[in-house]
Design a protein around this ligand. Structure first.
Ligand SMILES: *Cc1c(COP(=O)(O)O)cnc(C)c1O
Length: 385
């Protein structure tokens, strides 16, 4: 039961799923009855490829964005290799790197976009650096051309953490249709969801085959058999693998979400982010990140709250039933990744200023107006005092 009290909460994020997703799941449960990885997953992969519009690229679905990153890193590195990655990202980016036996090397970000600072990354190169993982923070790919130039100059593989960037373009080209290995997440609150899920998109056929096998315990060509409705009883295994395959049940949700994305989810997210930008630009004590809404479909709506007032504002909004978030706690501060042994001053400053405001396709313009009114009122008051 939803009480009136809960009703008034403006949520930071939420899944937007309904009858169509429910019907798709029922179809798998009641008509097909095969819940593992089969034809529904194959169809989702084909539809993702059609959406991207790039037949030369392979799409491999897995059961989370983290699994996509893990398998992508594992496919193109060896244990002990170093991977350059911005510290200011979701924990999953770092855990995926260590899961593959590699060492995440925490880098600074460019403050305007919170994407990888290539000058800083350059200083952290060693003979063991084998890959770089740019994170498309708040759906902005940042200087992606710069990342690929940097990678080519130093012979590095690129694993894009595009978990925020499904459906975005970079200089007019869809994320995923170019580049080395591009990883998406379809978890509950991302631009599209399959409940849980993710995908690796790549043009590297060899890496694609390793990833395709590794999602099914490393059994060679198991995907091909399953998509033909068969099972592998006699098989060969040469690589470490996992149970990372996507289920038909979840793929059915993802297929509906993909259908809804261009007409429904993308324009809603863009419109709401545009309204935030209009209403918050020029508010003293607050800074917006760079975002070209002709290219990106924002997954989150972070702003920088200056003057040490972030936590105060967060508490104030919380009291009004407006949920906010902090994306993210920098990974270099976590015990597993050095516990702050290296210092990243830009990242640490941003960590104290970042505040994510509510953003999801079911949010209304009225709610965004109310949030912005409260934010600018609160910060304006502080200025006068
Ligand atoms: C969501 C997310 C992931 C991981 O995706 P899951 O599907 O939740 O495992 C990785 N990186 C970033 C930046 C994310 O936001």
């Amino acid at each position: 039961m939803i009480s009136k009290e809960q009703n008034r909460i403006t949520r930071l994020s939420r899944s937007v799923v309904g009858r169509t997703e429910a019907e798709a799941v029922s179809r798998v449960l009641l008509e097909d009855g095969y819940l593992g990885m089969g034809r529904e997953v194959e169809a989702f992969e084909n539809e993702l490829q059609a959406f991207l519009g790039c037949p030369g690229r392979q799409v491999i679905c897995v059961n989370s964005g983290t699994a996509a990153l893990h398998l992508a890193v594992q496919a193109v590195t060896a244990p002990g290799d170093e991977v350059l990655v911005q510290s200011l990202t979701f924990l999953a980016s770092f855990q995926a790197i260590t899961a593959a036996g590699c060492v995440p090397v925490a880098c600074e970000v460019v403050p305007g976009t919170i994407t990888l600072d290539l000058e800083d990354a350059q200083k952290r190169l060693t003979p063991r650096t084998k890959a770089v993982m740019p994170v498309h923070y708040a759906s902005n790919p940042g200087d992606l051309d710069g990342v690929y130039d940097f990678a080519h100059r130093h012979g590095l593989r690129v694993i894009e953490d595009a978990a925020h960037a499904f459906g975005c373009t970079y200089r007019g080209r869809k994320i995923g249709t170019f580049g080395d290995l591009v990883c998406f997440s379809f978890d509950g609150i991302k631009n599209i969801t399959s409940g849980e899920g993710g995908a690796v998109v790549t043009g590297d056929g060899e890496a694609a085959q390793i990833i395709r096998d590794a999602r099914l315990l490393g059994v060679q060509k198991d995907t091909e058999k399953r998509y033909a409705g068969q099972r592998s009883w006699e098989f060969e295994v040469n690589h470490q693998g996992y149970r990372y395959h996507l289920s038909n049940v979840l793929a059915a949700i993802g297929r509906v979400q993909l259908q809804r994305f261009p007409q429904e989810f993308a324009p809603r997210r863009v419109a709401l982010a545009g309204l935030y930008r209009r209403l918050l630009s020029g508010v003293a004590g607050l800074q917006l990140l760079e975002a070209d809404l002709d290219e990106i479909v924002p997954h989150i709506q972070p702003v920088l709250v200056l003057g040490g007032r972030r936590d105060e504002l967060r508490t104030f909004l919380g009291g009004l039933g407006i949920e906010t978030g902090i994306h993210y706690r920098p990974n270099h501060l976590l015990g597993l990744f050095g516990g702050g042994r290296v210092s990243l001053p830009v990242t640490e400053r941003l960590y104290g200023e970042l505040l994510s405001l509510p953003l999801h396709p079911a949010l209304t313009e009225a709610e965004v107006s109310r949030i912005c009114g409260q934010v600018s009122g609160f910060l304006g008051e502080g200025c006068k005092a």
